[in-house]
Design a protein around this ligand. Sequence first.
Ligand code: ADP
Length: 159
Amino acid sequence: MTIAIYPGSFDPFTNGHLDILKSGSEIFEKVIIAVSYNVNKEGFLPIAERVDLIKKCVNKFPNVEVDTYQGLTVDYAKTKGAQVLLRGLRTSFDFEYELQLSQTNNTLDKNLKTIFLITKPEFNYISSSMVREVLVNKGDISKFVPDVVNEYLVSKYGI
Ligand code: ADP
């Protein structure tokens, strides 16, 4: 069984993330969305809230799980028996960073392959950082994130 890890910060989970996840779940037998966190850096949303929101967004995909990890992605992937790292690509800007990351990971563990899926054009400008920026300035994020994420953030930030 091919297990893919889809690692990221997902802070918050966006329509772009969901698009890559949907395609990944059609290709691989199991996809684990792995939310990376650092105990010394909380991020925008606490890890438990990020996980809870992602679970609500993906509960209709039977072969998708949501988990968290700290430390090296390659070490986490090994504990899960995963052969693939799934990543999304938007622009050439992503490519430069992702190339370096995937080559580093493949050097650390030559059995772990990174597979990239290209985002659909309607999602390729969406990023978590842009969503955070619009949200804190009380803008409308409903076009960028799944409904459940929008509803949660709107109520949390009183917009
Ligand atoms: P990281 O902090 O590891 O970059 P992110 O949560 O920002 O984590 O992104 C996780 C993965 O999802 C990355 O591979 C990223 O390129 C991809 N991704 C982010 N936004 C989009 C989008 N709009 N369309 C497709 N892929 C995306």
